[in-house]
Design a binder for this molecule. Sequence first.
Ligand code: ATP
Ligand code: MG
Length: 266
Amino acid sequence: MITIDGLYKLFDGKDVLRGVSLGVKKGEVIALIGGSGSGKSVLLKHVVGLMKPDRGRVIVDGMDMSTLRGRDLTSLRDRLGFLFQGGALFDSMTVFENVAFPLKEKTKLNDELIRERVFNELENVGLSGSEYKYPSQISGGMVKRAALARALVMDPEIMLFDEPTTGLDPVIGAAILNLIDSCHKRLSFTGIIVTHEVPKVFDIVDRVAMLHEGIIWVDDTPEKLMSSSEPIVRAFVGESANSSIRHQSGNTVVPQRSQGEINEKI
Ligand SMILES: Nc1ncnc2c1ncn2[C@@H]1O[C@H](COP(=O)(O)OP(=O)(O)OP(=O)(O)O)[C@@H](O)[C@H]1O
Ligand SMILES: [Mg+2]
């Protein structure tokens, strides 16, 4: 569904991406990890066509993102959902209006159908009852969930998540990842999750790609990554690897708060 082939991107003489190649099959969800400034957001922006490669290609469902223009680019973009780093909502709009926005802009659905779709999507992310609140009146986790609902309401075939849990506490961050996982099971989109939540994200992805020094340094299953002895990989999964191994063996670390309490907070 997504093929990135020899992608090269230079900014002010600095080569951020130096020949990135990566493929994501239809229905697959991968994690993209890497240090701050390694180029993860830049890579995602190429997948949605917000940036053009200096060299190489980004093929989405058989179409070359770097050469698509105008209506063709718009119609391909309409099939993608993007949860931006920061996950911002429009501050001057209620949660309902935020989620309804893409439906109003991109579809010819009447108000009643839009209302139904939005209420349904907000229920799916656990935001029933907050429809008419403004972003400033809800918590950071709720803002993320509303942004997720806004991206999902268009039923995208491809979802790109740029650090969906940044700024949230660990328990609520984990709940957001679980929510992404349940949305994937329901909608079976193809996805890339950029995250620093290592190894927590490993539970919900098929593969992990690690961006380092401008290339995909490692592309493997979560299990292989956890047992890797490669020094750069160890530096990433290192200490925290043990907790996920415990998790996989069934001896899950129990969160300090009850699920009800978490639902209320996130
Ligand atoms: N539009 C731009 N113009 C110039 N340089 C840019 C631009 N966008 C990104 N960069 C540079 O590219 C590099 C990679 O940035 P990017 O935002 O992709 O990092 P990242 O891996 O997403 O980091 P983080 O984990 O902190 O979000 C950085 O050095 C950044 O300064
Ligand atoms: Mg980034």
